[in-house]
Design a protein around this ligand. Structure first.
Ligand SMILES: [Zn+2]
Length: 707
């Protein structure tokens, strides 16, 4: 809790005119400042910012508030985040938290590093804009695409010249390693005589990607001619996590409020082209599938989202993933719809050929979430045969159970029952039985299960010979310190809040036969699903999350993120003194981790008992003498880590991720038992509360990390 006295104090030190002025162009008008209201969109200014009262007020739409409110309502920051942002601007320290001095310093340092990166990128953006002015070829290209200078300016579009060292003139030192860290420059054979550096982006139209605060956090570059790749994005950096950021959101905020919904399209050219046509409320994901983080971020600005997808197979697949990301957020007050354009069109070409009104008309006929759920569940089912309807009921279950409780969920139960030609009661008892079966299905192991549902684990929990595992896509999620293999988004099991949840498949999307078996979550490879009969234990899921186990990972998998379990194990071995800070709950969690983690951690625990916490060097020596420990250590995914990441906060975060994941599993198990055992329901409530608190704490911590 931040004491209210502090906020009062803070508000007397910040200047609302500064804060608002960073986002809205203000002109002095008497004792006040005046501008176009960013909340409702208008042609004549009725938005007044008062320095004497330290508030803003709109006479058009009635919005009103102070600096903190502006940051939460307009910029989309969380409350704590907004307070911290302002405090930082005026050099105050928020007395909110129980973090140690050390942890606070570490965070301040990360913030400082992030600022360095965004400053560099801002500088590069200026350079690219100047280059655009100087390049006839690039200007001609933009004109051909129908873009005016005004829109180019609004999006800060630039041009990276066809030169290996174009950025050299923009920075005092081209050798600055920070340029590499920012992803602007690529270093080769660094530290050797053959060392060379060159610009990542060459001969490309440059689209700066901005955070909601307006900082440049990355770039997208599009080739002008037939070069490859057509689109090139900045690599992920501490300030640029693709699963969280949306291109154009900063520019679209006012238009989203005005239009009443956000339009999610597939590419940045679509975003810019739509803005050119007066449809400024479009945003795009950055070459990744839509994630829950994207949806959550958008939901800060609007309750209504329309996804626009190309009408081809890839577009339908992308729509299925977006649906999956949306389901947990589909509360009764929100509207989520899916627009499928004719196969020959993307939004850019559609609006060029048919005009903006036709596009808006198409949006008004977009498929609602409820219908899209039915469509997905019906894929591959012959609905006029009992077998097909039975399959449909199976495929519908994971979709339905991912919905939050509420009127929509109840109505969908009815809708699914109607389609399945079953009374509602029967469908719901069928689904309860499915949930139970899942709860009891694990452990026997000998039952092969329906085709495709067995998952990658054999009877004894060994890897299947094909070496495939569920994808461990890196997930911004709540992973503040970044880059964990997935553990909280439900890829391996139930959606936490909805005990019935199993991985959302696109039923039958890829191969008709394996309907509910789930889908590949990303392009890296197939993701065998876990059907109703096969539920993984928490430990198994950790084992799967362990990237070392996917020896045969497809080559496309460039960098496998380490799992939280790997990270926890590594940190504890290196910082044995932290062992004594672990809670009983943490220890219980660690004792249940699978090999190789358990091998290392159990040994470490004994070692600490015997010798007390020993330095890493001593532990390394001891490990060298024990082949099984060495083997286990090598099985962990090791990532080049900057030493600044080796802090207690990072360990705490990873532990909490593991706790969260485990609580989810417990919920699923309890929910499956709840229909027969009333005590399980009470226990479920308790676990759910714990899960919820932890999730919130993690989200807050992640927001604090600055993202
Ligand atoms: Zn207004």
């Amino acid at each position: 809790m931040i004491p209210s006295g502090f906020i009062q104090d803070l508000l007397t030190r910040v200047d609302v005119v500064d804060v608002v002025g960073r986002h809205v162009e203000l002109k002095k008008a008497g004792i006040n400042h005046k501008g176009l209201c960013p909340f409702h969109g208008e042609k004549t200014p009725s938005f007044i910012v008062s320095p004497s009262r330290q508030t803003y007020h709109c006479f058009g739409c009635g919005v009103h508030g102070d600096a903190v409110r502006f940051l939460t309502e307009f910029v989309g920051l969380g409350f704590v985040e907004a307070v911290q942002e302002l405090a930082q601007q005026v050099g105050m320290t928020v007395p909110d938290d129980d973090r140690t001095q050390e942890e606070r310093q570490a965070q301040a340092q990360r913030r400082q590093e992030a600022t360095t990166l965004t400053d560099l990128m801002a500088r590069a953006a200026v350079h690219y804009r100047q280059q655009l002015k100087a390049s006839e070829v690039a200007v001609a290209y933009l004109k051909r695409r129908g873009l005016t200078g005004e829109v180019a300016k609004q999006f800060g579009i630039g041009y990276a010249a066809d030169s290996w060292h174009g950025l050299a003139s923009a920075f005092p030192s081209y050798d600055d390693p920070k340029l590499e860290e920012a992803g602007l420059v690529i270093g080769q054979d660094v530290g050797t005589p053959k060392e060379k550096r060159y610009d990542r982006f060459r001969h490309r139209i440059m689209f700066p990607i901005r955070s909601v605060k307006g900082e440049v956090i990355g770039f997208g570059g599009r080739v002008l001619d037939g070069g490859e790749p057509k689109y090139l994005n900045s690599p992920e950096t501490p300030v640029f996590i693709k699963g969280r950021e949306l291109y154009g959101l900063y520019e679209a905020r006012t238009a989203i409020r005005k239009a009443g919904y956000a339009l999610v399209v597939e590419g940045y050219m679509d975003v810019v082209a739509l803005a050119q046509w007066g449809l400024g409320h479009a945003v795009a994901t950055l070459g990744t599938a839509c994630t829950e983080d994207h949806v959550r971020k958008l939901m800060r600005f609007t309750d209504s989202i329309v996804f626009s997808f190309d009408g081809d197979a890839a577009g339908r697949k992308a729509a299925a993933r977006a649906l999956e990301a949306c389901l947990p957020h589909a509360s009764d007050t929100r509207s989520i719809r899916f627009l499928f354009l004719p196969p020959e069109h993307d939004p850019d070409s559609f609006v060029r050929e048919h005009g903006a009104p036709a596009f808006e008309e198409a949006v008004s006929r977009a498929v609602p979430l409820s219908r899209q759920m039915l469509n997905l569940a019906q894929q591959g089912c012959e609905m006029d045969a009992p077998e097909g309807r039975a399959r449909f009921a199976n495929q519908a279950f994971p979709l339905w159970s991912a919905l939050p409780e509420g009127a929509l969920q109840r109505q969908m139960l009815q809708a699914f029952a109607q389609e399945a030609s079953l009374p509602v009661q029967e469908l719901s008892s069928l689904w309860a039985a499915m949930a139970r079966a899942r709860g009891q299905g694990f452990g026997g192991g000998s039952r092969p299960g329906p085709a495709g549902l067995a998952g990658p684990l054999g009877p004894s929990g060994q890897r299947a010979p094909d070496g495939r595992t569920p994808d461990g896509r890196a997930y911004g999620g709540s992973g503040g310190s970044g880059g964990y293999a997935i553990s909280t988004d439900g890829s391996y099991g139930a959606d936490p809040a909805h005990p019935g949840g199993i991985p959302m498949g696109v039923p039958g999307a890829s191969h008709g036969g394996v309907g509910r078996a789930g889908m590949s979550h990303d392009r890296h490879g197939a993701s065998p699903g876990f059907g109703p009969k096969r539920r993984l234990s928490w430990a198994e899921r950790q084992a799967l999350a362990d990237p070392m186990r996917r020896g045969a990972a497809p080559p496309a998998l460039r960098r496998t993120p380490r799992s939280p379990a790997d990270w926890v194990t590594q940190l504890l071995l290196k910082q044995a003194q932290w062992w004594s800070r672990l809670s009983a709950d943490d220890l219980d969690l660690l004792h249940h981790l699978p090999a190789p983690h358990t091998t290392l951690l159990r040994w470490l625990e004994r070692d600490i008992e015997e010798h007390g916490p020993r330095p890493w060097a001593a532990i390394q020596l001891a490990m060298q003498d024990a082949p099984d420990l060495g083997r286990a250590w090598r099985q962990l995914q090791h990532q080049e880590t900057d030493e600044s990441e080796s802090h207690w906060e990072s360990l705490r975060h990873a532990l909490d991720q593991l706790h969260l994941d485990r609580l989810q599993l417990q919920q699923t198990e309890l929910a499956a038992r709840a229909s027969q055992d009333p005590s399980a329901l009470a226990e479920y409530q308790r676990v759910f509360e714990r899960w919820k608190h932890l999730k919130q704490a993690l989200a807050a911590a992640s927001a604090d990390g600055g993202g």
